[in-house]
Ligand binder design. Structure first.
Ligand code: F6P
Length: 553
């Protein structure tokens, strides 16, 4: 039976944490002139420098032992071969199969899923080429110029982040918009500047039951029908869907050939490699979408075959576990020194926190150790003028990942040089601080604050694919060592259920709620009571309801 926190290795790490509490990273460099070379790794164009961490050789070796004694390799093999590792939802976890560029089969319930995946990619390619070439026309025979992805969580954060990161590769005559929030201001702002004749909506939702997405999709359809005189039969030229729930998509009114399916064994937050990546393919082209998958595949092969102490995802994961479980770090900062990656922290928040924000193990027993960190971040150098004060002089211990690319756009060399030198300076300042002559006053920075640096030679589809897969596998490794299920998210259901209940009960004076909730419900009720009837329709939004409205429209 795998008992993490009572293992010999775990106890050794606890001792090491005490023994080395006064160690300084800078002293490790003085003691070993080859530290940088030993504690950095290159995979393709992705370079990881992890030498500025509170890691002695002994700590590093013991962490590797922790991974060796954990179910990591076994669970890794189970994941890649389609075994059911998402035990609470009884599902395999196969986002890696979506970017499997090899010939070997991937078997789920005795069925090789690769032919289906390849067929899905073919359909994606055909549609992408048609829309990008202008062959795909709207109801008034005009080419598509605006694509609006309607989705939330994993059906938004991944494609949105990648489209923003790869803007230089975007089709010159097309624009891409992402609607996620149920707040009407979001959709209103996006729809405002659009021409229905040249707009394509992608309703992206794994389950086709997410309230926000259905409400936004319904509103988009009402807007479209009101703003255009598109015959019902031509709706399919402007509304496509990406989902595992084909029946519901058809119920909503999307024609069968306009539904891009994917599978239950793809987690929402791991789904950008599937048809959920349709906005990406439409933006950068199918071939570049494949480059994104190839970058992730390269990282998958590295993760599978590199020895643990030379394995980027494993090393990042173990450094995180050392800080979270032995040095008391509560959060993990991710600071991309690249404006194009400004949505990466938000994407990683869902990836990491929805995966490892768990407190029971695979057997359902409460864990007696910390698990997933709070992931947060913002772009550098902005962060320097916002929260770096706390990171330099505050009482919190916050490990940092810096991410940057060397390649610079024509004409912005001076800016890029400043950006990179600031990043190097910050990583150095966090490590060394400035406690010369042990001066401890308001101006001095204690230093000894760890950071990793991830450097790409260029932010292109391949390298971005590798970077995202690196973090996916880091999260996987931590989940395996913590023996938790990183692939379910039961905790999100309660709030959704209560939202439906409260929207139903807002009219009734039911006493099922605490005084605070009841009081606030009254305030909302009174506010809407002053509104015209339309605004008060509390009926939960379902595909059937929207279809009925379409029929009546
Ligand atoms: O509520 C959380 C969640 O289920 C995420 O896991 C998921 O990515 C998101 O909602 C959206 O779900 P769907 O793609 O089914 O609309």
């Amino acid at each position: 039976m795998y008992t993490l926190s009572s293992s010999v290795t775990w106890n050794k790490l606890e001792q090491l944490a005490q023994q080395t509490e006064n160690d300084r990273i800078s002293d490790y460099f003085s003691a070993d002139s080859d530290r940088f070379n030993k504690m950095s790794l290159q995979l393709g164009s992705l370079f990881l420098d992890y030498s500025k961490n509170r890691l002695s050789d002994d700590i590093f070796k013991t962490l590797i032992k922790l991974a060796e004694h954990s179910p990591l390799r076994q669970r890794q093999a189970q994941m890649f071969s389609g075994d059911i590792i998402n035990v609470t939802e009884k599902r395999p976890v196969l986002h890696t199969a979506l970017r499997n560029r090899g010939d070997e089969p991937v078997v789920v319930n005795g069925q090789d899923v690769m032919p289906e995946i390849r067929a899905g990619l073919k359909k994606l390619q055909a549609f992408t080429d048609q829309v990008r070439s202008g062959e795909w026309k709207g109801y008034s025979d005009k080419r598509i110029r605006n694509v609006v992805n309607i989705g939330i969580g994993g059906s938004d954060l991944g494609p949105n982040m990648v489209c923003r990161a790869l803007l230089p590769y975007q089709h010159p005559e097309m624009k891409f918009h992402f609607i996620s929030n149920v707040d009407g201001q979001h959709i209103k702002k996006i729809l405002k500047g659009l021409d229905p004749e040249t707009t394509l909506f992608i309703v992206s939702t794994k389950t086709f039951s997410t309230q926000e997405t259905l409400l936004n999709a319904n509103t988009a359809k009402q807007w479209f029908l009101a703003q255009s005189n598109c015959p019902g039969a031509d709706l399919g030229k402007h509304f496509v869907a990406v989902s595992t729930n084909k029946a519901a998509a058809m119920e909503f009114g999307v024609s069968e050939h306009c539904i891009f399916e994917f599978w239950a064994w793809v987690g929402g937050r791991y789904s950008l490699w599937s048809s959920i990546g349709l906005p990406i393919a439409l933006s950068i082209g199918y071939d570049r979408f494949i480059e994104l998958l190839e970058g992730a595949f390269e990282m998958d092969q590295h993760f599978l075959h590199a020895p643990l102490d030379q394995n980027m995802p494993v090393i990042l994961a173990l450094i995180g576990i050392w800080y979270i479980n032995f040095l008391g770090a509560e959060t993990q900062a991710v600071i991309p020194y690249d404006q194009a990656l400004h949505q990466l922290p938000a994407f990683l928040q869902q990836l990491d926190m929805e995966s490892n924000g768990k407190s029971v193990d695979m057997e359902g027993n409460p864990v007696d150790y910390a698990t997933g960190p709070i992931v947060w971040g913002q772009t550098g150098s902005n962060g320097q003028h916002a929260f770096f004060q706390l990171l330099h002089q505050g009482t919190r211990f916050v490990p940092i990942d810096f991410i940057a690319s060397l390649q610079v756009d024509e004409g912005t060399e001076a800016h890029h040089f400043a950006l990179l030198t600031n990043m190097l300076a910050q990583a150095n300042a966090f490590m060394n601080g400035d406690t010369k002559d042990n001066r401890q006053d308001f101006a001095s920075c204690p230093g000894n604050r760890p950071s990793n640096v991830l450097l790409m030679d260029q932010l292109n589809p391949h390298n971005l694919g590798a970077l995202i897969a690196l973090y996916e596998h880091k999260v996987f490794v931590q989940g395996a060592i913590w023996n938790i299920n990183s692939f379910d998210q039961w905790g999100v259901q309660l709030g959704k259920r209560l939202a439906t209940e409260i929207s139903r009960n807002i009219e009734s004076k039911s006493a099922d709620y605490d005084a605070s909730t009841q009081g606030l419900m009254q305030m909302v009720k009174q506010h809407f009571a002053r509104k015209p009837a339309a605004a008060k329709s509390n009926a939960p939004v379902t595909p059937q309801a929207t279809a009925k409205q379409t029929k009546t429209a």
